[in-house]
Design a protein. Structure first.
Length: 351
């Protein structure tokens, strides 16, 4: 008999891939004799490289070596050579459907994710919303495994040990965290405008936090030239702030730093999920999107979600990529900076 070997496929954005980690970890721990290979984009390697002894990470460059149907056929041959016995498609898009079909025709056991698109559509429609919590991505991933004969109980705390990642491996500018210090991460950006708190208001949050808590250190997370320009401007204005992109190199180092934060302030974005993977509390800000769509970070608390629940138009979008129906972006503009600060303080000053 072949050794059971599950191939899990998930490409897409960083946040979606990050949400597979608690599920893959639980599978690995509860089925230690099963080999698990995770196929994803190259940037995702730090999520899985030390996750469990029976987990192997495989990267695929879909824009280069494995581009188009010719590339996917080449990728299929590479995957078959790894001798998987079971295929779990956690993505269910054109590329993975093609690979899935090849495996199915090859006689492999195959299952794919149900994204519950209809429920999300009813939740986000302009009128007569069906306002019900949709299954989370974690549950959707776990359902794929159950369909393949591997039911799991999802249990996960952090990709790091209880003491967090190795701070000594980071540049000296990060330093050692003192017992009396509070380290706050702020990730003010998101892929779409509907998920982003207005920049000038977020600057007020940063300013007020530094004025109220002069002993707190604030680490500003973001990437890309324009984002870094904004963060550098804030760091120049407020000495307690540090632009992480200038100090650290790559995702692996950022995750180590996140594991030592007391709180991460994030949008409904990848950084919410990254901090969740390190066991760090997240205060998340929600506008056009809503936790009911199923994308809340792993083990994050409902009371740490900053949102306006009295707007009948929310949510208007699953991904935050649609124009505002009202035209005034009230779901974000009506959140006061003081409210966000109170949410951050609520989890820290009471300790």
């Amino acid at each position: 008999m072949k050794t059971p070997h599950i191939l899990i496929i998930r490409f897409s954005a960083m946040g979606d891939i990050a949400m597979t980690v608690p599920v893959v970890y639980s599978l690995a721990k509860q089925y230690p004799d099963v080999r698990i290979s995770v196929l994803s984009r190259p940037f995702a390697r730090p999520f899985f490289q030390n996750l469990a002894p029976n987990v192997c990470f495989m990267s695929a460059d879909l824009k280069g070596e494995y581009k188009g149907f010719t590339g996917l056929n080449k990728l299929y041959r590479r995957l078959v050579a790894k001798h998987p016995t079971t295929i779990a498609d956690f993505h269910n898009v054109l590329r993975t459907r093609f690979l899935r079909l090849r495996f199915l025709l090859g006689g492999y056991s195959v299952a794919h994710i149900n994204k519950h698109k209809q429920g999300k559509k009813l939740l986000c429609q302009a009128e007569n919303k069906v306002f019900t919590q949709q299954p989370t991505s974690f549950q959707n991933y776990a359902d794929v495994l159950e369909a393949l004969g591997y039911p799991i109980k999802t249990e996960f705390t952090s990709i790091f040990p209880p003491e967090g990642g190795d701070l000594k491996s980071l540049p000296n500018i990060i330093g050692v965290k003192q017992k009396e210090e509070r380290w706050i991460g702020i990730a003010p950006f998101a892929a779409h405008a509907g998920k982003m708190y207005p920049q000038e208001r977020m600057e007020q949050v940063v300013r007020k936090l530094t004025e109220k808590h002069p002993s707190w250190r604030i680490f500003l997370f973001g990437g890309g030239r324009q984002e870094i320009e904004v963060l550098n401007r804030w760091a120049a204005q407020f000495p307690q702030c540090l632009c992480v992109a200038n100090a650290l190199k790559g995702l692996e180092q950022e995750l180590i730093l996140m594991s030592h934060l007391d709180t991460m302030l994030s949008m409904d974005s990848a950084n919410m999920h990254l901090a969740s993977l390190t066991g760090t509390r997240v205060v998340s800000v929600w506008g056009a999107t809503h936790p009911y769509c199923g994308f809340m970070g792993w083990q994050q608390k409902e009371e740490d979600a900053v949102q306006i629940n009295t707007l009948s138009c929310r949510p208007c979008s699953v991904f935050g990529n649609k124009p505002c129906h009202r035209g005034d972006f009230a779901c974000m503009n009506n959140i006061l900076p003081e409210e966000i600060i109170q949410h951050i303080e609520a989890g820290l000053l009471s300790e």
